[in-house]
Structure formats: C-alpha cells, structure tokens
Design a binder for this molecule. Structure first.
Ligand code: 2P0
Length: 325
C-alpha cells in the first residue's frame, strides 16, 4: 500500500489534441505551472483478495466508464511489475473535481506514484511522467513542480513524450489566482472535447502548428522572468485554443457569463496600469497570473465580479511526492 500527493498544474501554453489516441501522445508540446495548496491524495492497495479493481473518488465509487480507464492504466504498472493482483484506489481532492481545475493532472500523477510505489517499483521521475501521460496528458506535467514542459517527442511508442522541468517552484514566486464561477462538473470531458476538435475544426492544424512556435518563446520568457511576455503568450495560447474549440462542430463552449466578466475585469486592470493576465482551461473558471505587488488590486477587482463564487490564491508548487506512512 502507498499514498501519494500531487498538485494540479495550469497550462501557460495549452495542450489540446493528440497524435496517438492509444498511447495518449499529444500533437504538440505544452508548458505549465504546478500550483501549491490544491492537492489530490491517492492511496493504492494491491490486494490478493480483490476480484477486480475498485476506486473511490471523493468518497463515491467510480462509474464503469472511468473504472475502465483506471483499470487500463493500472495494467501498465501490473505489466512492468509482473503482477496480477487487483487494486483498491482511494482518492480525494481538496478542490472541485472535473470542473476545469485540472483534477486529472493531479489525479493521474498521484495515482502513478502511489501505484508504482505500492508495487515496489522505483521509477525515475521521467519514467513516471511518461506513464502518467498515458493516463492523462496533463498529468505528465504534475510529476514535477514549478514550471514544466511536456515534450511531444518524435518516437511512435511515445517513450520520449515526457515532461521536463524548466524551473522549480522557488524560481519565480508568481501569484496564480483561481476564480471559480461554477462548481458543476463539465459536460464534455477533455478527451472527448479534444477528439471532437481535432476531427471537425477547420482551424485544428493551424492550432497545432502555431503551438509548436509558441513553446520556445514561452520557455525563454520564463527563463528570463519576463512577466509581460509570459502573460501575453499565455493569453494568446488560451484564446487560440478556445477559438479552435469554438470552431468544432458542434462548437465547444466551456465559458459561462462569469468567465467573460472576469476577462473584462482583467483587461480593465491592465488599462489602469495593473499588469495581470488570464487563462482558461476546459471549464468556466479563470486563472489570473500576477506579481505579488499587484495581487491585492486583482483580488479587489475579482471581489467586485458578481459571478465569482470563490477565489483560491496559489503560487508555484512542488512535485508529486509519497506520503510517509
Ligand atoms: C492543458 N487541458 O494543457 C489543457 C488545456 C485542458 C485545457 O490538458 O485526454 O485531462 O486525459 O490527456 O490532460 C486537459 O486534458 O486530457 C488539459 P487527456 P487532460 O492543461
């Protein structure tokens, strides 16, 4: 039995589309920041007495569709370890699940670490990242803390599609404020949304090609701690991704009225000389990136948005780790 803790990450350059569905290889790389405060804690117990895998998420038994995904994922670890036993997974998040706060990134990262450790496998972080990616693309990035790049890689087997740290969580103490506009789970999950987009959007190939061009620019901007450049590129990638989603058939709209309200508030702040930037994932929440000196004015502006239900204040956070028993 082993318990692991992982933190979600938010993409500065977004991942939206796959080149290989079976191995879950992204069509382009992505860059993210892992955050502190939000956690997934997952315990895995491979037990001789179980007839099949079972999983509990936030105290509720996982449905058949999700269970199939988890079973397939655990098979990767069983194969490496030469193991036949089934497992019980107990996982909980201290934040809303499947609502655009990247719960699958921390979820599959924590599961990878707990499953490998409970089978006595001592995998290096990049091996763990490669396996985590097969569970959920963004999870490859949450194996590491701070600023992280998931490389698309060149190999057909995906072995080089792994996350690599750019800078650790102490490199740049930015504020990442999460403005929650809805606690509902999303109706279309990321995998289905990506597949719909890549199959039907006339803009999809341009999205993938332009993302490849954004990556070295974002990497350089982070390394130079160039806040304006990071913020500008982050918004560019976010709006391009949502533009591509909107052009799917039928169009994918993850935003609600509160999402737009916050975008307007952030743009107003910039017009008043307070530098802050927004990003939005596959859900209606908005993440706002700012520096410490601007945090209080951003919080005041968010307090003035009627659709904001809750604000979570985070900073770059650590890599996934095992909990001592
Ligand atoms: C990202 N998202 O880069 C993008 C931006 C959501 C929008 O990665 O299909 O749950 O499990 O590999 O990792 C969410 O996608 O997708 C995601 P799968 P995942 O953060």
């Amino acid at each position: 039995m082993a318990t692991a803790i992982a933190h979600p990450n938010f993409a500065l350059i977004k991942y939206w589309g796959k080149s290989n569905h079976l191995l879950n290889i992204p069509a382009a790389g992505s860059i993210s920041v892992t955050v502190d405060k939000l956690t997934t804690e997952t315990t895995v117990d491979f037990s001789a007495g179980l007839e099949r895998d079972v999983a509990w998420l936030n105290g509720k038994q996982v449905n058949d569709k999700e269970m199939f995904r988890l079973q397939t994922f655990l098979n990767i670890f069983r194969k490496i370890a030469g193991e036949n036993r089934r497992a019980e997974i107990i996982s909980s998040n201290n934040f809303p699940t499947a609502a655009g706060i990247a719960s699958s990134s921390s979820g599959f990262a924590a599961l990878s670490l707990a499953a490998s450790s409970s089978l006595g496998l001592r995998l290096a972080p990049d091996e763990l990242s490669e396996i985590a990616r097969r569970g959920s693309g963004s999870a490859a990035r949450s194996i590491f803390g701070g600023f992280v790049e998931l490389v698309a890689g060149d190999r057909a087997d995906g072995r080089d599609s792994i996350a690599k740290p750019i800078a650790d969580e102490n490199f740049w103490p930015l504020s990442i404020l999460i403005a929650i506009t809805s606690f509902e789970s999303k109706k279309i999950g990321s995998t289905d949304g990506m597949n719909l987009t890549s199959e039907t959007s006339p803009y999809y190939s341009a999205w993938v090609e332009s993302t490849r061009q954004d990556l070295p620019q974002m990497r350089a901007a982070i390394e130079a701690r160039n806040f304006t450049k990071v913020g500008e590129l982050m918004e560019f990638s976010c709006l391009k991704m949502h533009g591509t989603m909107l052009s799917a058939r039928p169009g994918l709209i993850y935003w609600n009225a509160g999402t737009l309200e916050i975008i307007e508030a952030v743009k107003d702040l910039r017009n008043q000389g307070h530098e802050a930037y927004f990003t939005i994932d596959a859900g209606p929440q908005v993440k706002i990136l700012c520096q410490e000196k601007t945090k209080s004015v951003v919080l005041d502006a968010l307090d003035g948005c009627p659709h904001v239900a809750e604000i979570i204040s985070t900073r770059p956070g650590p890599a996934a780790y095992l909990k001592e028993s």
